[in-house]
Design a protein around this ligand. Sequence first.
Ligand code: ASP
Ligand code: MG
Length: 437
Amino acid sequence: MKVLKFGGTSVGSAERIKHVAGLVKARGRNIVVLSAMAGTTNTLVEIADYLSKRNVPGAQETLNNLNIRYNSVVDELFDEPGLHNQATAIIDERFSYIRALIRGEYSLAVSKEILAQGELISTALMNIYLNGHGVKSVLLPALDYMRTDANGEPDMKYVATRLLRLLDLNRDADVFITQGYICLNSTGDVDNLKRGGSDYSASIIGAVVDAEEIEIWTDIDGMHNNDPRFVDNTSPVGELNFEEAAELAYFGAKILHPNCVLPAKLANIPVRLLNTLDPHAKGTVIYNMPPDGKIKAVAAKDNVTAIKIKSGRMLLAYGFLHKVFETFEKHQTSIDMMATSEVGVTVTIDDESHLAALVDDLKNFGTVTVDREMVIICVVGDLEWHNCGFAAQAVEALRDIPVRMISYGGSNYNVSMVIRSCDKLEALKRLSEALFN
Ligand code: ASP
Ligand code: MG
């Protein structure tokens, strides 16, 4: 059994839902995890936001527009009157429920209930569609088995007990449909696994049922070896290990958040990224693969700021870095990359919201220099230091580009370089030429 997760754009219209239903049918007896239709969760967030501001008309108007959109999805999806009626009943029920919540007293718990409706609707529609087209599909209500503990972590034992029982009760099902993202929390209230959380749901479910594989279906054919928006001739990376995937995740590469795939990684279940628009493309498989001595991909992170703190006091002293890091903690700013010398340290940040106060404080420890409009260029692969020449190839490719800092050896999987934003395009192209072409 596999877990197949389809994201919001994959089920973003009646046409796409039909297409996904075809894919689901063809792939056999699996658990299918769905996101809300594209844009829905954002709209529900907007509604909750209006409510938190006590703007009931704002919430109602936004909800009415969403309701209209869903009515037309239902019209397009179901010609057959019986199915159309079933789907309409679900839409009416869900929207009446939200309307009642809007009329009631606002609380955080109410907003979580509102956010949960998108997945409840998308899965109900898919379930009706499949059953109407010859597939014995069974809905597994996520709120009956998905739950987080007091630390907000998935309660794996609870999930396993509940989910395995549900599967057992439905042995004759052709396929199972369930909601991503939504769960109960430790107090038993409706909650969610945070934005983008349906990947996390898929990973948790995969681990619990010991799935053969977890397929994450989106609208690109896997992870590319460089950013196709800036570089021609990029190609999908066939395989990555979880560590390489985690390095790339920071760079906004269209890849899964490392936390989301942790259950899959620990349970040793491969995660395959596939393209709904091109189902036969190979995609990318992420698994606990052995080191293969290859460079896999290049990625860039924009809007990086480098901060250098230089001080004679750092030389041969202890506790200097501690004070510096403590200052970053105090100003709630996370450090991404760092390089040190005996008398100074440079770190990068990607969130400048506390920059002024942070720099002001850092001046207590040394001379502070700030370089803005920088980017991190990251080369990811099996860069274990015994492999000769990889670091050299990466640096060599950038021989004519000023490099502000280099970080290598923090993990076996990346070498990162900070350069000016204006040099990014050239750097990405040169790296692609040097490493992949
Ligand atoms: N619908 C949720 C969101 O948009 C969860 C997901 O799609 O992964 O964040
Ligand atoms: Mg997503």
